[in-house]
Design a protein around this ligand. Structure first.
Ligand code: GDP
Length: 425
């Protein structure tokens, strides 16, 4: 039974955690493919709300083996705190596995993230200041420390000394900031390493063995494909590839082993941080979407920017990741609107762009070309079957399918586990 990818089709926070948790009920393994502790996946169950940062969203299903793949960057203190927190709430985390190839986010990465954002001033990327960007930069420039480096104290000491020395030159020399204390950091890492050691394995082997054994494997991406470092709105992007291709790479799954790619999209748009958002609503409608969708960051508390569904961006992510099924989430948020907009083009002067341009300056002054669908003005939160959904909502789903070129299979009508309709159920 080959792999399923669950990925965000927009700018993140689409509700991937909830879908992953739901589909994990019928899977053997969930592998987190990319990103770091900046990602926050929310799963709401009868036992309360779980805000997962690095741990895969399959963890609440006791039979599921959860894997942090090679493409993830790990801040150990955050991971250990998260695992302890889950254990304290009675969640069995004994099946957790961590890739020995995953890179580490270290305290100097966090500090450099903050200092670099300050230096960019009004051009700041709007990162979550968790140090993930600098950790991925070190990975690409072959300076990174990986989980495997934690396994032997003398190897860690040697490699860490080189990196702390180089980073201190940068911190003190370029930014005039305080240097990192080597001994303290080493001691801290050795202690954390002790905690995770039993979980560290070559996860690509475990994942491949599971696929070979015919087990159902779900690959879970963090963020959304519009934040992809290659095809997103660079430089306002993340440092990894939250796409189907990136999912394969980060999890250790071959493209030919993927059976389905589920693109999770909100019924409208949100984004955090800087960067263009032509469909943004800066009025009372945008505010109402924010309030109804509780659009504040899970980890940062920052208000998210809101807007109508951006079909230009959606079509791009759907096509580039070969999305086979759509999960449209937070549909209930739109229950109160008489008209619902879809952005089908970006108007720039006399031209209408139908794709996301590489040069963001080309979007200067862009306004959305909007189509409107009739709202359903009906509470959807109690629907449990596809047939119970209002006619106008079905027409809206058709429109989304038309623009994205894939069928809507799942519909989210509330944050709870049960508030997810599978059209094929
Ligand atoms: P993720 O990172 O993609 O997993 O998404 P987040 O957890 O950051 O954000 C999704 C938020 O929306 C969480 O608070 C979820 O509990 C909530 N949510 C998910 N699906 C739905 C839905 O269909 N309706 C509503 N109202 N909330 C939802």
């Amino acid at each position: 039974m080959p792999a399923t990818i669950i990925m965000g089709g927009q700018w993140g926070d689409e509700g991937k955690g909830k879908l992953t948790d739901a589909l994990a009920a019928n899977a053997a393994m969930v592998v987190r493919a990319n990103g770091g502790s900046n990602a926050g996946h929310t799963v709401q169950t009868r036992n309360g709300t779980f805000k997962l940062r690095l741990v895969p969203s399959g963890i609440l299903n006791p039979h599921v083996r959860c894997v942090i793949g090679a493409g993830v960057v790990i801040e150990l203190a955050t991971l250990v705190e998260e695992l302890r927190g889950l254990r304290d709430r009675g969640i069995d985390t004994s099946s957790m596995l961590i890739s020995d190839r995953a890179h580490l986010v270290l305290p100097f990465h966090k500090r450099l993230d903050e200092l670099e954002e300050q230096r960019r001033e009004q051009d700041e990327i709007g990162t979550t200041l968790n140090g993930n960007g600098p950790a991925y930069a070190d990975k690409a420039s072959r300076h990174g420390l990986r989980v495997c480096d934690l396994q032997q104290p003398d190897i860690l000491r040697r490699k860490l000394a080189i990196e702390v020395d180089a980073k201190n030159q940068q911190l003190v020399g370029v930014f005039g900031a305080e240097p990192i204390e080597f001994d303290e950091l080493l001691e801290q890492l050795l202690e954390l390493a002790e905690f995770v050691r039993p979980m560290v394995v070559p996860t690509e082997v475990v994942v491949q063995d599971a696929i070979a054994a015919g087990e159902r494997v779900i690959v879970e991406c963090a963020q959304g494909a519009m934040l992809d470092i290659d095809y997103g709105t660079y430089p306002y992007v993340t440092s990894s590839s939250p796409t189907a291709a990136g999912a394969c790479q980060g999890a250790g799954v071959a493209p030919s082993q993927v059976e389905s790619v589920i693109g999770v999209y909100k019924a409208y748009s949100t984004r955090v941080g800087g960067g263009p958002m032509p469909a943004e609503l800066l009025d009372a409608t945008g505010e109402l979407i924010r309030t109804r969708g509780r659009e504040w960051g899970v980890n940062t508390g920052r208000p998210r920017r809101t807007g109508w569904f951006d079909a230009v961006a959606g079509r791009q992510t759907s096509r580039l990741s070969g999305i086979t099924e759509i999960a449209l989430t937070l549909v209930d948020v739109l229950d109160v609107f008489a008209e619902i907009g879809i952005c089908t083009g970006y108007r720039v002067g006399d031209a209408t762009l139908r794709h996301v341009p590489a040069l963001l300056d080309d979007l200067e002054g862009a306004t959305p070309r909007l189509e409107f669908a009739a709202g359903w003005l009906e509470d959807t939160t109690n629907a449990r079957q596809f047939g119970e959904l209002p006619q106008n909502l079905l027409a809206y789903l058709n429109l989304i399918e038309l623009h994205l070129g894939a069928p809507v299979r799942y519909v989210g009508i509330g944050p709870d586990r049960e508030q997810l309709i599978d059209r094929q159920a």
